[in-house]
Design a protein around this ligand. Sequence first.
Ligand code: F6R
Length: 360
Amino acid sequence: DKGGHRHFMAKEIHEQPAVIDACLSHYLDGDTVRLREGEIDFSGVDRIVMVACGTASYACHVAKYWFEQIARVPVEVDVASEFRYREPPLSDRTLAIFVSQSGETADTLAALRYASGKAQILSIVNVDTSSIARESDVALPILAGVEIGVASTKAFTCQLTVLALLALKAGADRGTLTAEDGKAHVEALRKMPALVSQALAVEDRIEDIARSLAEARDVLFLGRGAMYPLALEGALKLKEISYIHAEGYASGELKHGPIALVDESVPIIVLAPRDHLFGKTVSNMQEVMARGGRVVLISDGDGLAAESAAWRTVEMPRAPAIWAPILYAVPAQMLAYHTAIAKGTDADQPRNLAKSVTVE
Ligand code: F6R
């Protein structure tokens, strides 16, 4: 049942406010994060390694910024297919976090088995009866409900939600986050479902932009800070369902190579909430516009269009900068979806891809 939508992907994009809300309710007890599935005490952890594939690995990349900033704990992120064969050193003070929607991804499961007995094993899964959940010391559900579209959408934002809450717990356990700041973060997270709901209203604007994107051969996505992994995610979504070549870059890397690609035919999607890095991103944008690049600026604040001189702008609701990745997932998903619709490709069943990758 597609709930009145043309595709499961569209339905799942629109379910995000409700599932993020359910996820927050499950883990929050007033202002406190409670893990009912088992205790993790971050005060004894000296390093976190996060392992996943694809979209789930981008959720880990975002969470690295959160864990490091809030809990001051070093975090490494690896794709599972690299982690498992590299045989990285682990200790009993290492917390290894495995993130997987299906809980059956072969490389992620093999990476977990490598870490098992060496480090403490935490998994974040959508299917709580899955192999990855069963083989973990603690398995945390993301409560996204069944995800049918091959391109992961609501699982990604629910993974981010669980990881945000874990970062707050880590900060509290390690004494790097005051009770007052923790409370303010929880209040801000509780507002995310309503903000994500408002963000869904950018759909008409995105649909219009997607009609031009459908003509492109290459698309670049740029972001800074925790928005950099969102740029990677936006590019992955676009390539997997519209078959347009797309790359995500950290905005500051542009002049170290990718700017050579820029001309009038290359749309550049800039994911840039108005945070302390906004000014830097605007100057990166000006560099590409000076070379004829067509910039789509996704940001917040009045007068975006006039102020930025971008080719197209998408105005987002304002959110606390730190949690903005949860919100900006929405326009990234919608751009991919509507570009696929404009091209006539199958958004739910892209060629060559399977929902659960149980082979290496
Ligand atoms: C992309 C996508 C894939 C999965 C990856 C991991 O939209 O869905 O990149 O994220 O195959 O799958 P899970 O999370 O089931 O381990």
